[in-house]
Design a protein around this ligand. Structure first.
Ligand code: AMP
Ligand code: MN
Ligand code: MN
Ligand code: MN
Length: 277
């Protein structure tokens, strides 16, 4: 059986390794089919494609786009996209545009909470100045000893209601699915089990996504707990979605699940890659 991993990050967004290094790391963990899905950015794809081919992996183009739906941030993965499609690249540029301002605001808030120099500190961890992420702040707060680990930083500082949280409005679901489809890609709801929606709201998200031409949801992901795999497998079947699988790898030891440890999709779903090869 082929090992397929369709969700991970390089230092082009909030991962720590170059696209080449992530490719090698994935291959070492036994991945046969691989997608790099950096946040809001396709700048790593060219290097990732070359590296994947050198490693003997089949490469799938990808991106993970931040949207706002019902006042929550939701992530939509686009797979098999034409990464040069102008509608997609323009949409991604607009999505990234607010990040630097938000980062400065996060830093200001953290300063009020007694943590100085967070913007500059986070910047040291940034591989792509267009893509300042909360993860970079989290790494800085761990570095200075303000927290013991990254989940603790999110709990104490970077989540809604916490002193370093800055509300942000990303693009819409409709626009984002539209860019992915214009670029020939398949739209996938990333880690649906991670959002804090009621069952009713989650159903509305799935219905709306389906109506817009969304095709799949992630079922097995490093961002789900193992008891969520069968739950979302069942929901994928109920709503008529294909199922995707990916580690959501960011860094060795930092991600909840590394490439090698993630189980396969349950047998009762149709994989998003069922007609790709
Ligand atoms: P941003 O796109 O800048 O808002 O950052 C979102 C990123 O932060 C996600 O892609 C994750 O990598 C990371 N993240 C969000 N929540 C948590 C959490 N509770 N623990 C660890 N990492 C998180
Ligand atoms: Mn991330
Ligand atoms: Mn995500
Ligand atoms: Mn991700």
């Amino acid at each position: 059986m082929l090992k397929v991993d369709l969700h991970c990050h390089s230092n082009v967004s909030d991962g720590v390794m170059t696209p080449q290094a992530v490719a090698a790391y994935a291959r070492q963990a036994g991945v046969d089919v691989w997608a790099l899905t950096d946040h809001d950015e396709v700048g790593g794809i060219a290097a990732a494609r070359v590296a994947a081919e050198e490693q003997g992996m089949r490469f799938i183009t990808g991106v993970e786009i931040s949207i706002t739906w019902a006042r929550e941030t939701v992530h939509i993965v686009g797979l098999n996209i034409d990464e040069h499609h102008p509608e997609l690249t323009a949409g991604l540029a607009r999505t990234r545009a607010g990040r630097d301002h938000r980062a400065r605001e996060i830093s200001r808030q953290l300063e009020l909470a007694g943590i100085d120099g967070a913007y500059e500190g986070a910047l040291k961890f940034v591989g792509n100045p267009d893509l300042m992420s909360r993860t970079h702040f989290a790494r800085y707060l761990v570095e200075i000893g303000a927290c013991a680990n990254i989940p603790e930083v999110f709990r104490k500082y970077l989540s809604e209601g916490r002193p370093g949280y800055v509300p942000h409005s990303w693009g819409t679901l409709a626009d984002t699915v539209g860019w992915i489809r214009a670029a020939g890609g398949v739209a996938v709801i990333a880690h649906p089990g991670r959002y804090r929606f009621s069952q009713l709201a989650q159903g509305q998200l799935f219905d709306e996504f389906k109506q817009l031409g969304g095709a799949a949801i992630e079922v097995v992901t490093g961002s789900h707990t193992p008891d969520q795999y069968p739950e979302y497998a069942q929901l994928a079947n109920y709503y008529g979605f294909l199922a995707s699988r990916g580690s959501d790898f960011h860094a060795p030891g930092e991600s909840r699940v590394d490439f090698a440890a993630l189980p396969p999709l349950p047998g009762n779903v149709t994989p998003v890659w069922h007609d790709w090869f």
